[in-house]
Design a protein around this ligand. Structure first.
Ligand SMILES: [Ca+2]
Length: 313
């Protein structure tokens, strides 16, 4: 106790008795432009750092590992996401201060996140991974269709079970006004009993619906097409739409999502819209596009092609 009091007294004496003691620097900086896009240059300006002694060094570090030196610097984040930018300044007396700002790096409108047309044949099967909980490995293949879309993914579950394939993508953060557009061309060869096919454009996890987005399901066992809307608890509610897919004809299924709502189209005709449950698009983690088919007979089949994810206004 005595030692602590003495140290405090010495410190107070030193500060009070030295009129030349100067406050250290206070780091701060500006970022322009305010909205930052992946791959595009923005400027960092540390001129707003102040202190009574001149500042001799400006060091920048980004949460993706980039480092820069200089009062004014140009920088680029190659990928969309949420990052931190830290500036550390040091003055002529060796005093330092740091300031950190969070930035969201967006994707330019019009950017194609995914464009899968299965053009490279069987190599595409490696990208579209079999869901091992549902089917055997031989229940899908790539087929070439003359006069049509060329290669397409042919899904033909030959037993009363699902065959599903999936592909992981990372959705970027959406700026206000931007939407994520998922579309897929599907052709059904439905000419017998029980047949179901699925287009689930963004599922949070493969084995649960929790946190997933609305998806499309056709089931002629239950008389029609449904848009299913998952709830926060992981169940979902099917909304019957009156669309009846005809056989041997391609149709384009499109989901448009913004941060608060969705709309579902078939061949550019709007069938259903609604609110999204929660703020699912605030999470830019990995999402799963899931496609699949289930039938009792070999003659119920589905083809998938031209799966696209784009960012639109
Ligand atoms: Ca194709």
């Amino acid at each position: 106790m005595v030692i602590l009091c003495g140290a405090t007294a010495v410190l107070l004496f030193a500060v009070a008795g030295c009129e030349l003691v100067q406050p250290g620097p206070a780091a701060d900086f500006s970022i322009s432009p305010i909205v930052i896009y992946a791959g595009e240059t923005f400027e960092l300006d540390g001129s707003v750092a102040v202190g009574s002694a001149s500042i001799v060094s400006y060091r920048w570090s980004f949460s993706d590992g980039q480092t820069l030196v200089g009062r004014q610097v140009n920088a680029t984040f190659p990928f969309p996401g949420t990052y931190s930018i830290a500036l550390t300044v040091e003055d002529a007396n060796g005093n330092r201060d740091s300031e950190t700002h969070q930035v969201i790096v967006y994707t330019r409108t019009g950017t194609v996140i995914l464009n899968e047309n299965f053009a490279d044949g069987d190599l595409a099967l490696a990208r579209w991974v079999l869901d091992p909980t549902w089917a055997s490995a031989n229940d899908a293949q790539i087929e070439f269709i003359l006069g049509g879309p060329g290669n397409a993914l042919y899904v033909h579950s030959a037993a009363s079970r699902w065959h599903r394939r999936y592909h992981a993508i990372e959705l970027p953060p959406l700026r206000v006004g931007q939407k994520a557009v998922f579309s897929c061309r599907i052709m059904a060869l439905r000419n017998q009993d029980f047949h179901t096919y699925l287009f689930a454009p963004a599922r949070a996890e493969l084995d649960t619906l929790v946190g997933s987005l609305p998806y499309f399901l056709f089931s002629n066992e239950r008389d029609g097409s449904y848009v299913h809307i998952p709830t926060r608890l992981g169940t979902d509610i099917g909304h019957l739409i009156s669309y009846e897919p005809d056989v041997y004809r391609w149709h384009t299924y499109t989901f448009v999502y913004d941060r608060d709502s969705f709309e579902f189209f078939i061949d550019d005709v709007s069938w259903l819209d609604g609110a999204l449950d929660g703020d699912v698009f605030d999470d830019s983690s990995i999402w799963t596009i899931l496609i699949g088919e289930e039938s009792l007979t070999e003659t119920c089949n589905a083809y998938f092609d031209d799966i696209r994810v784009t960012i639109q206004e």
